[in-house]
Design a protein around this ligand. Structure first.
Ligand SMILES: [Zn+2]
Length: 154
């Protein structure tokens, strides 16, 4: 049942990043199923994100399409805290596909530079610490001359 639900939840995308699904974003913490009742625990990403209500509604809607499910409960848990380390390899690729440089993978050294999601060059400079949302910074690639956003590590 867990795998079925996870597959289904991959259809729920981050409202701000339509290429990124909530499973690869690392939002799904627990799935419990017992006699028709499905409980899903999600971790909020950046707290106070208005997208959370949209995500919850979409998760409920998807879960109700499963024939075995009679009742659905979706909760946001604050513990463990979500961090960018929870984003999967596929999730990083999905961010890149949307033109956002992914946060550094957990094992990366802090000194490793930011690479441009368009051309892969590391010749990029930060233009603004805060982009359209406070979880992203704006960079400028000196190689292909494109501005791009980068998701901050958390
Ligand atoms: Zn570039």
């Amino acid at each position: 049942m867990r795998d079925v639900v996870l597959e289904l939840l991959k259809e729920v995308k981050d409202p701000e990043i339509p290429t990124l699904n909530i499973v690869d974003l690392g939002l799904v913490e627990a799935i419990r199923f017992d006699r028709g009742r499905l409980e899903i625990d999600l971790l909020p990403t950046f707290t106070g994100c208005p997208a959370l209500d949209i995500i919850r509604a979409e998760v409920m809607e998807k879960a109700r399409t499963l024939p075995q499910v009679e009742e659905v409960a979706v909760r946001f848990r604050l513990s463990p805290a979500w961090s960018t380390d929870r984003i999967t390899e596929a999730g990083r690729a999905q961010l890149k596909a949307f033109g956002i440089a992914p946060p550094q993978p957990p094992k990366a050294k802090p000194a490793e530079g930011v690479t441009c999601p368009y051309c892969g060059s590391s010749d990029a400079v930060m233009e603004a610490a805060f982009g359209p949302t406070r979880c992203r910074s704006i960079y400028y690639c000196r190689n292909c001359r494109n501005p791009f956003e980068k998701m901050k590590e958390l």
